[in-house]
Design a protein around this ligand. Structure first.
Ligand code: UDP
Ligand code: MN
Length: 255
């Protein structure tokens, strides 16, 4: 039997939120062995996300965990200034540890709400014994950031990352997944606010694996099945004017 893929998605309220979640959910609906853990960056669960998940047709767990205000990005802060998703991913890890048992077979993946995922990526994850890694498109200032996989031994012998290449694990959050067993065994492994920008992946991974235990997937890291896309904020300048006049376009209609 296939392991269950647990995808952990931090998400926050903004004009594009429902569009992002819709795109994701319609990828995930293709997978028979999928459990979505959606964690809202909010004090309490919103009606929008609650209803969205109810109607999604997916197996899911819905949580809320707000980023503490002192760690929240300001409107004009560059996005590398503070880590995003720490509170939410840790809440999801806590849920897994409180609700799953050592005999449950699963793989845990961190699926940000704005990335683009091929169904093929999830088929690759089913092979993971410890930690699987693969290329990620459009990240780190490159077309593709990837582990370098030795053809003969099928081992990871390095990384092509140019952005902060000295990180213990120089890869993106979308570039790996972890066997559930390892997360249950290493029950204190978590993300942290106290690490430099770009070190969240290294933070969690160094608590559970070594570099030479990594399992290269996607044909020895020669295929791209996930892209670090980012959604441009929509222009709502006309809406701003309408709001001032008390005539916003979305009265009684959820967008
Ligand atoms: N996120 C969040 N709260 C925030 C900002 C981001 O929960 O205040 C979520 C976001 O929805 C995404 C993840 O954290 O699922 C990573 O954020 P983002 O995509 O902005 O990061 P980047 O693409 O810059 O790595
Ligand atoms: Mn993103």
């Amino acid at each position: 039997v296939k392991p269950i893929i647990y995808a952990i998605t931090p998400t926050f309220a903004r004009p594009v939120q429902k569009a992002e979640l819709t795109r994701l959910s319609q990828t995930f609906l293709h997978l028979p062995n999928f459990h979505w853990i959606v964690v809202e960056d909010a004090v309490t669960k919103t009606t929008l996300v609650t209803r969205f998940l109810e109607e999604s047709g997916l197996i899911y767990t819905h949580l809320a965990a707000m980023t503490p205000p002192n760690y929240k990005l300001g409107r004009n802060d560059p996005n590398w200034k503070k880590p995003r998703g720490v509170e939410q991913r840790n809440a999801a890890l806590r849920w897994l540890r409180e609700n799953l048992r050592p005999t449950d077979r699963g793989v845990v993946f961190f699926a940000d709400d704005d990335n683009t995922y091929s169904i093929k990526l999830f088929h690759e994850m089913e092979k993971i014994q410890r930690v699987g890694v693969w290329p990620v498109g459009l990240v780190g200032g490159l077309m593709v950031e990837k582990p370098i996989c030795d053809n003969v031994t099928s081992k990871v012998i390095g990384f092509n990352a140019v952005w902060k290449p000295d990180r213990p694990f120089p890869l993106d959050m979308a570039g790996f997944a972890i066997n559930l067993r390892l997360l249950l065994e290493n029950k204190d492994a978590m993300f942290s606010y106290e690490v430099q920008g770009g070190y969240q992946e290294s933070e969690i991974l160094s608590q559970i694996v070594t570099r030479n235990e990594l399992e290269p997937l996607a044909d020895c890291c020669t295929k791209v099945y996930v892209w670090h896309t980012r959604t441009e904020p929509p222009q709502l300048n006309v809406e701003q004017l309408l709001i001032k006049k008390g005539k916003r376009s979305n009265v009684g209609i959820e967008v």
